[in-house]
Design a protein around this ligand. Structure first.
Ligand SMILES: *Cc1c(COP(=O)(O)O)cnc(C)c1O
Length: 411
């Protein structure tokens, strides 16, 4: 197989990839932004399409020999539009951040005001963090969440009237409630702003019909393809027809060079997979598993921000135990669970330490985990928090994680 081909040329890389495969197989993956693609998606990433330059768009390329590439990219565009109900799709963004950058470049001039969610309240770096280009070149006004982890829409409306943003941005990396796109659209309309939605985390849930779609309301919808959507690492921008030309230009030549056509082929496959009835079942199970995990943790006396989750993600709140997200994420790794530290609302700790851990169920659901497995995962997590300095206890928990992994073989 492909590893043997790599081994002949570069044994170290082959060996390390193999170790990574074993790590993924023997770890309970709760990082909310990760998933396991199908073998077909992965296979497409390793094809001859990586050899081709295809700057431009289908039938308007700067290079010759793009006939086959055009067919693939057009199909990916068509599938994205159909799946998400938008007029136009550009499937070339190399990542979610690149997709967002292109929308900013198209819709805004430097110094324009953007109303978006604060990073430490669940937003994303590319939504205006001071360390990202979006925060350096634009005037960012942020909204946050309340102690229940919910967006206060009246507050968003107030901020919009006060600051008159040119763009209102909804979407988050850590938000466990259903987003009210209609309300956001009304807020954007009240000040004549563009309305952009970044569905990076919830794209698979929208495709599977378990989260409302922003399509009826948004001017621009950006997404990653590798989170709940379960495709290759990459991004997509969708928009209303009136913005199509400008968005395409903002991506290329505005911010990117040649598209990754091997990845675009993999996106096309993932979009096809996401349109099937099995994917709807998958999305439903993600949400069921998230609820089971949240309830399991609360049964073990742990706190979840907001007391429940309505999608795939939740934040474990460690404040009452005086533990930090950083420490517990490291303890969880010792017991065979990967998750990331995350701030809680009004976190007393710095973003590098935090008082929370973000947990998501997209990846374990792909493996086949169901509710009863999530209850066991919740017990392992709670025991790990309570016995974080007991090496023997942690070793026993590691065994229990391995058992669960063995029950659901991966690849
Ligand atoms: C993950 C994420 C992105 C960025 O994706 P990359 O592919 O890592 O650039 C953008 N927006 C949101 C809301 C995300 O969660």
């Amino acid at each position: 197989m492909e590893l043997d081909i790599i081994r002949e040329v570069d044994p170290f890389i082959a060996e390390t990839i193999e170790k990574e495969l074993k790590r993924q197989q023997n770890t309970i993956e709760l990082i909310a932004s990760e998933n396991f693609t199908s073998k077909a998606v992965m296979a497409a990433c390793g094809t001859v399409l990586t050899n081709k330059y295809a700057e431009g768009k289908p039938h308007k390329r700067f290079y010759n020999g793009c006939g086959n590439i055009d067919l693939i990219e057009e199909l990916a565009q068509k599938r994205a539009c159909e799946l998400f109900g938008m007029d136009h799709a550009n499937v070339q963004p190399h990542s979610g951040a690149q997709a967002n950058m292109a929308v900013f470049l198209y819709a805004l001039k430097p110094g324009d005001t953007v109303l978006s969610m604060d990073l430490s309240n669940g937003g994303h770096l590319s939504h205006g963090s001071p360390v990202n280009f979006s925060g350096m070149y634009f005037n960012i006004i942020s909204y946050g969440v309340n102690e229940q982890g919910e967006i206060d829409y009246d507050e968003v409306q107030k901020l919009a009237l006060e600051h008159k943003p040119k763009l209102v941005l909804a979407g988050a990396s850590n938000y466990s409630k259903i987003i009210d796109f209609k309300r956001f659209k009304e807020i954007a309309d009240s000040v004549g702003a563009y309305f952009m939605v970044d569905i990076a985390h919830i794209a698979g849930l929208i495709a599977g019909g378990v989260h409302p779609s922003p399509a009826p309301y948004a001017d621009f919808v950006t997404t990653t393809t590798h989170k709940t959507l379960r495709g290759p690492r990459g991004g997509i921008i969708m928009c209303k027809e009136e913005h199509a030309m400008g968005i395409d230009k903002a991506l290329f030549p505005g911010t990117q060079g040649g598209p990754l056509e091997h990845i675009i082929a993999a996106k096309a496959i993932a979009l096809l997979e996401a349109s099937k009835p099995e994917f709807k079942k998958y999305a439903e199970q993600i949400v069921k598993n998230a609820k089971a995990l949240a309830n399991g943790l609360m049964d073990e006396t742990m706190d979840i921000i907001g007391g429940c989750t309505e999608n795939h993600v939740m934040t474990l709140d460690l404040r009452k135990f005086n533990k930090t997200g950083k420490d517990i994420a490291n303890v969880l790794e010792k017991v065979g669970i990967t998750a990331n530290k995350n701030t809680v609302p009004n976190d007393p700790q710095s973003p590098f330490v935090t008082s929370g851990v973000r947990l998501g169920t997209a990846a374990v659901t792909t493996r086949g985990f169901v509710e009863e497995d999530m209850t066991e995962v919740a017990k392992i997590i709670a025991s790990a928090v309570f016995s974080s300095d007991n090496e023997l206890g942690l070793a026993n928990l590691r065994e229990r994680s391995s058992k669960l992994c063995a029950k659901y073989p991966l690849y």
